[in-house]
Design a protein around this ligand. Structure first.
Ligand code: PBG
Length: 331
């Protein structure tokens, strides 16, 4: 690369007015970059605020059509759904995950009936359904069982896909589950259902508000370090992604977002496949806390973080700020 030096090169020429900054911008935000995660609860006409996620609520199924129309009108292509399962339905074997009439399946149908042109992504993992809050079934020492869990996840994916989910997104971090799910979908003839693998998902301290939102925080025994990745590891993420792609993932995800931009960039550079970032609940809460404390301006923080994901190579971003961000992008 030729590097001319001062004064033949003055970098500030490219920053001297809005039109030239626009013209030279390497990345641009668009509402189609966004996936909007929504929490669902039982009941009718319900909106339940989540105290650790100010501005985010759980919605009852009958309120989801309005949310889906909002997504469509804002140009947000896809909604991700997360259920808050009533405590009485949480069991050690997570059987409610396989109930074709469970909360998530009713939510998928409500959205697909109202606004079929909005994509629906569903989380595949057992934590909203287990009495112990883990993403899988456990043995008598509390260890999450890999292959037994994977077999249940296949059934869970099929239940969600048959209810109308467009993308199933395994977030459980069991080994081999993407291949098992892909085989299950093929066998059922569900050849157009995509898999977005939570491929590089870290055992993170940034998931706290999410666990409040789905009601698993108080339940979780121990931690998830036996299956989610160690935040110390970057190269390992490339092996995770390679495996999930080989097993049939259409798209991969890196999660959390901002603290793992290095991982996102490495994954995108190495594989060049659709790569999504999840700006998780704790990141949302951090931005909201900063804004509430007067330490930063919410809108500017939101847009700058989203742009950072794109610069690092993200195809799109799952973010609780999606509707606000889409409004800001529309100007
Ligand atoms: C569950 C799941 C989690 C998130 C998405 N799917 C939590 C966890 O692994 O404990 C976190 C999302 C967020 O914090 O916003 N498997």
């Amino acid at each position: 690369m030729v590097t001319p030096s001062f004064p033949s090169m003055r970098m500030r020429r490219g920053r001297s007015s809005p039109w030239i900054r626009d013209m030279l911008a390497e990345h641009r935000l668009h509402p189609s970059d966004l996936i909007w995660p929504l929490f669902i609860c039982e009941g009718e006409g319900q909106e339940e605020p989540i105290s650790t996620l100010p501005g985010v609520s759980r919605w009852s199924v009958d309120r989801l059509a309005e949310k889906a129309r909002e997504a469509r009108d804002l140009g947000i292509p896809c909604i991700a759904l997360f259920p808050n399962t009533p405590p009485a339905l949480r069991t050690d074997d997570a059987r409610e995950a396989l109930n074709p009439d469970n909360l998530i399946c009713r939510a998928i149908k409500a959205i697909k009936d109202a606004v079929p042109e909005v994509g629906v992504l569903t989380d595949v993992a057992l934590d909203p359904y287990t009495a112990h809050g883990h993403d899988g079934v456990v043995d008598d020492r509390g260890r999450v069982l890999n292959d037994e869990t994977s077999a249940i996840l296949v059934q869970q994916s099929l239940v969600q896909a048959l209810a109308g989910a467009d993308i199933v997104a395994p977030s459980d971090m069991m080994d081999g589950r993407v291949g098992a799910i892909r085989a299950g979908l093929e066998k059922a003839g569900l050849i157009d259902v995509a898999i977005m693998a939570y491929a590089a998902k870290y055992a993170s301290a940034f998931y706290g508000p999410f666990r409040d939102a789905v009601g698993s925080r108080g339940l979780l025994k121990g931690d998830k370090r036996g299956y989610q990745m160690d935040p110390a590891n970057g190269a390992e993420a490339l092996r995770e992604v390679a495996l999930d792609l080989a097993e049939g993932a259409d798209m991969v995800m890196v999660k959390p977002g901002l603290p793992y931009l290095d991982v996102l960039a490495r994954v995108k550079d190495a594989f060049g496949v659709p790569t999504f970032a999840y700006q998780v609940s704790g990141e949302y809460a951090m931005i909201e806390a900063a804004a509430a404390a007067g330490a930063g301006e919410r809108e500017a923080l939101v847009l700058e973080t989203l742009l950072a994901f794109k610069r690092a190579g993200a195809t799109g971003v799952l973010t609780y700020h999606a509707p606000l961000a889409a409004r800001l992008m529309a100007g």
